[in-house]
Design a protein around this ligand. Sequence first.
Ligand code: NAD
Length: 260
Amino acid sequence: MIQGKRAIVTGSTSGIGLGIAQRLAAGGASVMLNGFGEKDEIKTIQQDLEAQYGVNVAYHSADVSKAEDIADLVKEANHQFGGIDILVNNAGIQFTSPIIDFPVERWDAIIAINLNAAFHTMRLCLPSMEERGWGRIINIASAHGLVASVDKSAYVAAKHGVMGLTKVAALEHASSGITINAVCPGWVLTPLVEAQIKAKAERSGLQYHEAKAELLSEKQPSGEFVTPDQIAGIVHFLCSEDANQINGTAISADGGWTAQ
Ligand code: NAD
């Protein structure tokens, strides 16, 4: 189903986004990578994917907190690939603090990257998906798009916002061959979560491996991390024909987190 399709995956230089980009390339899609990182490392990812799967892999350094960068990212992807069929809004950041101490600049950055960016990519990619009568938009939300945790006001607000945006976009395009869904992961061991484990270890005087086990046991009944590859598998499924009627909803992969 995704053979020959053209995809943008925001925040695909690391973690979950990289796993998704790899899976889409493996399925035969051209992929526009995006995100921050060392120039050489990104070049290597790009070249490895092209060599391994024989697909076009491009990279754009857009800072998705900026609407003008996003416009350039979408323009460049259209220019290089001739269109966009699959859009994965994955770029995201985290910051934890009680609301009363939450730095205003961190709030603005989280809302811009984790929520506003999805609005901008969608408004720019949807018209041509409409014209072609096929499209897949997958927003990487979170268990925190469905439930809350203390000290994560901006993240939880942004991810709940992504859920609302997903539903509205799905309704607006319900009869046009485009589906728009969210994936809600629980804990996935990526740099974003490693930073939280380190902060927890420092705060509580625990060893890294103890803080890691405690983090899991607090929220994720399976006691295991979700893997980027498992999230990539769900994205791949949502791009398949079997998922044609899955629209405006969320698929959780959280080891039971939100069943509690
Ligand atoms: P990560 O830190 O490994 O990767 C984040 C990616 O986003 C990187 O490629 C980074 O360069 C990019 N990025 C950050 N700011 C950017 C910006 N301004 N412009 C462009 N790119 C930017 O994190 P991850 O854990 O892989 O997270 C990916 C997504 O999954 C995020 O939306 C996150 O909220 C969500 N998520 C993660 C977990 C988890 O446990 N790791 C759980 C639920 C949801």
